[in-house]
Design a protein around this ligand. Structure first.
Ligand code: NAD
Length: 353
């Protein structure tokens, strides 16, 4: 297959981790006779420094002409003034908006070898393998809001429409069909009208996916279950704010922020793939970054934008074998133990591919 992938390395450790994911994509592409073209473009703080714009037109054009985007991370102390008119994260929000990327997919897996890096007992982590599907472009983060002039009150609005819930629910049901066929929809239907609409709509969409088992969990209970029985979850569907909070809570199950990938998808196959972590300025340029989140994001790109399931699995398997064999970057190394560099870790994954 022929595909063009736009790489947006961004800031901090972004260039270090995307370089390793590109090596992995080149290797798997070569092995399976795919013709992958990579084009790099500016986004985030580096784009502000070079062009004054966190998302230059040229970058947007490059993304429009590609099958998918692989992104590192954006931001850093030099661009952190909250009153600045242009900020690195505007580039990321601009991309999500431009391509209407309404579904954010975040898999969370617990690796037995990393159990000591989590606050949970090892036996609770056994079999933890869940996928969050978070609504990304609606809800309270985008609803009508106001801070009253007297400074004594303010409001934000949780507003959802049926089509907004339908389209993200469809993504979640389809994802469940490719996994263990279990979907947990999170809401607060006992209190919020918007969440009663959410539940009603998910139940309706379920009619088209009868092979998937659906259950509903209130968000407060869900926070507990994520810690007390995390292995029971398969796909978790949640609104923008609930998904934001719950997926961060669940990220501790993976042992390090550096382990987690994500995909942001719209109506078609086009997607934006990036690790969950930020630009980690504290370790940038030192070869200490864990490239796992970005390599697993590249696997998601193969799966969701290019439809290459076998290739995606091959990457995931190579990565799991690398961890099982004991390779560790600094963030997942035992206290005082030895660790390998970003490039060495990825080299180990390549060797296993
Ligand atoms: P961060 O995720 O960059 O770092 C948090 C901690 O985790 C740091 O100690 C860091 O060293 C460590 N870490 C993160 N990724 C790692 C990896 N791959 N390997 C090993 N260790 C890793 O979060 P932060 O420090 O709050 O933010 C730093 C900058 O990143 C800020 O400017 C923030 O705005 C930005 N940020 C960007 C994104 C994004 O681009 N999507 C997301 C979050 C934060």
């Amino acid at each position: 297959m022929k595909a063009t992938i736009t790489v947006l390395p961004g800031d901090g450790i972004g260039p270090e981790v995307t370089a390793q994911a590109v090596r992995v994509l080149e290797k798997i592409g070569g092995k399976h006779d795919h013709d992958f073209t990579f084009q790099e473009a500016l986004m985030g703080g580096i784009a502000i420094d070079k062009t004054g714009n966190p998302l230059p037109d040229e970058t947007l054009k490059a993304c429009e002409q590609s099958s998918a985007i692989l992104l590192g991370a954006v931001g850093g102390p030099q661009w952190s003034d909250p009153t600045a008119p242009v900020r690195p994260e505007q580039g990321l929000l601009g991309l999500r908006k431009h391509f209407d990327l309404f579904a954010n997919l975040r898999p969370v897996k617990a690796y037995p070898a990393l159990a000591q890096h989590t606050p949970l007992r090892a036996e609770l982590l056994d079999g933890v393998d869940m996928l969050f599907v978070r609504e990304l472009t609606g809800g309270i983060y985008f609803g009508p809001r106001q801070e009253q002039g007297d400074g004594l009150s303010a409001y934000d609005t949780e507003l959802y429409t049926v089509p907004e819930v339908e389209r993200v629910a469809q993504v979640a049901f389809r994802a469940a069909q490719g996994r263990r066929r279990k979907l947990t929809s999170v809401d607060k239907a006992n209190v919020l009208a918007s969440m009663r609409l959410w539940r009603r709509t998910v139940v309706k969409v379920h009619e088209d996916y009868a092979d998937v088992e659906l259950d509903h969990v209130l968000v407060d209970a869900c926070t507990m279950y994520l810690m007390t029985r995390p292995a029971a979850f398969d796909v978790i569907l949640a609104s923008n704010m609930f998904g934001d909070i719950l997926s961060d809570e669940a990220s501790v199950l993976a042992g390090s922020l550096g382990m987690l990938p994500s995909a942001s998808l719209g109506a078609g196959t086009f997607g934006l793939y990036e690790p969950v972590h930020g630009s980690a300025p504290d370790i940038a340029g030192q070869g200490k970054a864990n490239p796992t989140g970005t390599i697993l994001s590249a696997a998601m790109l193969l799966r969701y934008s290019l439809g290459l399931e076998a290739e995606a699995r091959a990457v995931e398997t190579a990565l799991e074998q690398t961890l099982a064999a004991g390779a560790r970057t600094a963030d997942i190394a035992p206290r005082g133990g030895s660790f390998v560099s970003t490039g060495e870790f990825a080299g180990d994954v390549l060797a296993r591919l």
